[in-house]
Design a binder for this molecule. Structure first.
Ligand code: GDP
Length: 293
C-alpha cells in the first residue's frame, strides 16, 4: 500500500540532503515534487495544491537555527499536514440507542457485505449484534451474509421472499427487541453505478430507521471515482463516516488523502483483505506515517 507515493516523497526529500538550512529555492523544488507525487497518487488536484501551499508556507516560516535538518523539519511538516488532511484524529462510530442501528451504504462490489460482517465481528465482544440482510435484489448477498454470520457466530435476520427493504428492516428491529439484540447492522443493496432507485431506497431507510450511524463503504482502488461517489452519496444521505476497502491492493492513496477535504466526513475504518479480521480503525496520524514510510 502506498509504495509508489512513499518512494516519490522520499525522492522529493532527497533534494534537501546536505542542505544546511531551508531556503526559498530548496523548499520550492521539494514542494513541487511533493505536489507531483500527490497528484500521481490520484489526490484531487485542488487538495494537493492547498496542502503543498500550506507546507511551503510553514517550512519557510520555520526558524532555521533549530537543531533538526531541513529534511527532518520538512518531513515533520508534511506528516502533520497529511494527518490534518485526513481529519487530524480518529473518530469513533456512534453506538447510541437501543437497539442501536448502523446503516451500511455503497455501490455493489465496494465490499459492503464483507464489511458488515467485519464490523459485527469487531463489535461482538461489546454488543449483542444482529445482522440484517436488506440487499433484496441480489439473493447471493443474503446467502453471503448468512455464511459470514455463521462464521463469526452472529445472528442474521433475512426475509428472502420480501422485496421491501424498509419492511424487512422494521421487522428486524422488532426481532432485535424481542431477542435482546443491542446493535443492528443493516446491509443494503448497491448498484454498479449511482442510480436513482437505489438512492431513494437508501434515503428512505435512513429517514425511517433514523440510524445512529450511517457508513458509506467505498473501494479505495477506484481513486478519484471513490471521492466522487462519496460526494454524491453524502449529498443524498449526509452519512456519518467512510469505510475505505481494498486497502491491501495497490491503491495509490488518493481516496484516503482527498475524501476528508472533498466530502468533509471522517474515514472511520479501513478494510485490508477478505478475512473477517482484516479491519482497522482509521488513525490519520498512523496513516500519514505509513505514507511517509
Ligand atoms: P458488496 O457488493 O458491496 O456487498 O461487496 P462484497 O462484500 O461482496 O465484496 C466484493 C468483493 O470484494 C468480494 O470478492 C470480497 O471478498 C472482496 N473484498 C471486500 N473487501 C475487501 C478488502 O478489503 N480487500 C480485498 N482484497 N477484497 C475485499
Amino acid at each position: 500500500m502506498f509504495d509508489n507515493l512513499s518512494g516519490k516523497l522520499d525522492k522529493a526529500f532527497k533534494n534537501l540532503k546536505g542542505q544546511g538550512q531551508i531556503s526559498e529555492i530548496n523548499v520550492a523544488t521539494t514542494v513541487k515534487e511533493i505536489r507531483r507525487a500527490l497528484i500521481d497518487a490520484d489526490v484531487n488536484f485542488k487538495v494537493a495544491k492547498n496542502v503543498t501551499d500550506t507546507i511551503k508556507e510553514k517550512a519557510l516560516g520555520q526558524d532555521v537555527l533549530t537543531a533538526v535538518s531541513p529534511g527532518q523539519l520538512l518531513t515533520k511538516i508534511v506528516s502533520d499536514e497529511l494527518t490534518l488532511l485526513m481529519g487530524g484524529s480518529k473518530e469513533d462510530i456512534n453506538l447510541k440507542g437501543e437497539p442501536n442501528i448502523i446503516l451500511i451504504s455503497g455501490l455493489q462490489g465496494s465490499g459492503k457485505t464483507t464489511f458488515t460482517g467485519k464490523l459485527a465481528n469487531h463489535l461482538k465482544s461489546q454488543r449483542n449484534i444482529l445482522l440484517v440482510a436488506c440487499d433484496i435484489y441480489r439473493p447471493a448477498a443474503i446467502d453471503q451474509l448468512k455464511v459470514l454470520g455463521e462464521q463469526i457466530g452472529v445472528d442474521v435476520y433475512a426475509e428472502p421472499e420480501n422485496k421491501d427493504a424498509l419492511k424487512i428492516a422494521k421487522n428486524a428491529i422488532k426481532y432485535a427487541k424481542e431477542n435482546n439484540k443491542k446493535t443492528i447492522i443493516v446491509d443494503t443493496a448497491g448498484r454498479l453505478a449511482v442510480d436513482e432507485q437505489m438512492m431513494q431506497e437508501i434515503e428512505s431507510l435512513k429517514k425511517n430507521l433514523n440510524p445512529a450511524e450511517t457508513l458509506f463503504v467505498v473501494d479505495a482502488m477506484t481513486g478519484q471515482d471513490a471521492v466522487n461517489t462519496a460526494k454524491t452519496f453524502n449529498e443524498r444521505l449526509n452519512f456519518d463516516g467512510v469505510v475505505l476497502t481494498k486497502m491491501d491492493g495497490d491503491t495509490r492513496g488518493g481516496a484516503a488523502l482527498s475524501i476528508r477535504t472533498v466530502v468533509d466526513k471522517p474515514i472511520k475504518f479501513i478494510s485490508h483483505g477478505e478475512k473477517m479480521e482484516a479491519l482497522d480503525i482509521f488513525h490519520p496520524e498512523r496513516m500519514a506515517s505509513r505514507i511517509l514510510g
